[in-house]
Design a binder for this molecule. Structure first.
Ligand code: PMP
Length: 306
C-alpha cells in the first residue's frame, strides 16, 4: 500500500498527495497513452543519490516520441522537481515515478488538443520482489502470454498501456504459485520479465536478449553489462535465447530499477543450476549494491545528489 502522504509534483506545482488527482475522462485513462519511468534514489554514504537519472530522463523523453507527446518541461525543470520532492518528502531512499500522459480535453483516440500532463511522485519502496528474493532467488513461470512484438507497438518506449501485458503474465504466474513470469516474444524466444530484463550465465559467460528481441532497453541491464565487463566477463548482449536454454543455464537473474538484481532459482519447477543464487549472480549483485550505495567511488557520473 502507498504512503498516502507527502508532496507530488504536478505540471509545475507541488501539491498535497490527496490533491494529485486526474479527471476520469482523461485520454490516458481510456487508452493507456502515458509514458513513465521508474527510478531509485539510494541512501548512500554521501547522502541521498538518484541512480542514473540522466539516462532515465533520456528514456522518458524518448518514450514520448512515438506518441508525438510534447513534454513541455525541460530536463532542468524535471530534475529540480525530482530533487525537490525527495527533499520535501524527507526520503533517504526512494522510488521515483515520473509520468506523462494525454490529459483531459476530448476522447477520440486521436489525442487532438489533449494536454500532456506531467507528474513526479516519490515514496519509499523496498525490494520489489522481497528481501528474501534478493538472497535466495525466485521461482518463475514462462508465461502463456507472449510479449507484444516491436512491430506492433514500440516496446522500447516505456508506455503505461504496455503493462496490461505485464499484469497478465505476472498474475498468471502468481495464481499458479510462482513469484514472477518470464515472457517470450512473438518469435518464441526469451524476451524479459513483466518489469525486468533477464540474464543467463553459462560456462562463466553472460547472455542477455538483444534490443531487437522486443525488450525494454533497461538501464539496470546496461549497468550490469558494464559491471560484468569491468570484472572480465564476456557479455553477449545481442543474442536470441531460446526457451530451452533457460533450463540448461548455470544461473539466471532479473534486472530492473525496482527489481535490482534478483536471482531466479527455478523455471517451471525445474531448478536453475544449483537452485539458489549462483556465484556470478552474487558477484554482480554485490557489485551492483556496492555501486548504488556508494561503497565504491566508481561511476560517479551515474549519481545525482539530492
Ligand atoms: N523491462 C520492462 C518491461 C520493464 O518494465 C523494466 C522496468 N523499467 C525493465 C525491463 C528494466 O528496466 P530498468 O532497468 O531501466 O528499470
Amino acid at each position: 500500500e502507498m504512503e498516502a502522504d507527502g508532496t507530488i509534483w504536478m505540471n509545475g506545482e507541488y501539491v498535497d498527495w490527496e490533491d494529485a488527482t486526474v479527471h476520469v475522462l482523461s485520454h490516458g485513462m481510456h487508452y493507456g497513452t502515458g509514458i513513465f519511468e521508474g527510478v531509485r534514489a539510494y541512501d548512500t554514504e554521501e547522502g541521498t543519490a538518484i541512480f542514473r537519472w540522466e539516462e532515465h530522463l533520456d528514456r522518458f523523453y524518448d518514450s514520448a516520441k512515438p506518441y508525438d507527446m510534447d513534454i513541455e518541461f525541460s530536463r532542468e525543470e524535471l530534475t529540480e522537481a525530482t530533487l525537490e520532492i525527495v527533499r520535501r518528502n524527507d526520503l533517504d531512499s526512494a522510488y521515483v515515478r515520473p509520468l506523462a500522459y494525454y490529459g483531459y480535453d476530448s476522447l477520440g483516440v486521436s489525442p487532438g488538443d489533449c494536454p500532456t500532463d506531467v507528474t513526479i511522485a516519490a515514496w519509499p519502496w523496498g525490494a520489489y520482489l522481497g528481501e528474501e528474493a534478493l538472497k535466495n532467488g525466485i521461482e518463475v513461470k514462462v508465461s502463456s502470454w507472449r510479449k507484444h512484438s516491436s512491430s506492433q507497438i514500440p516496446t522500447n518506449a516505456k508506455t503505461t498501456g504496455l503493462y496490461v501485458n505485464s499484469l497478465l503474465a505476472g498474475e498468471e504466474a502468481r495464481r499458479n504459485g510462482f513469484e514472477e513470469a518470464i515472457v517470450l516474444n512473438k518469435e518464441g524466444n526469451v524476451a524479459e520479465g513483466p518489469g525486468e530484463n533477464i540474464f543467463l550465465v553459462r560456462d562463466d559467460e553472460i547472455y542477455t536478449p538483444g534490443l531487437s528481441e522486443s525488450i525494454l532497453d533497461g538501464i539496470t541491464r546496461d549497468t550490469v553489462i558494464t559491471l560484468a565487463e569491468e570484472r572480465g566477463y564476456t557479455v553477449h548482449d545481442n543474442v536470441s535465447i531460446s526457451r530451452g536454454e533457460l533450463h540448461t543455464a548455470d544461473e539466471l537473474f532479473f534486472t530492473g530499477s525496482a527489481a535490482e538484481v534478483t536471482p531466479i532459482r527455478q523455471v517451471d519447477n525445474v531448478e536453475v543450476g544449483e537452485g539458489g543464487r549462483g556465484p556470478v549472480t552474487e558477484e554482480l549483485q554485490t557489485a551492483f549494491f556496492d555501486l548504488v550505495e556508494r561503497r565504491t567511488d566508481d561511476h560517479e557520473e551515474w549519481f545525482t545528489y539530492v
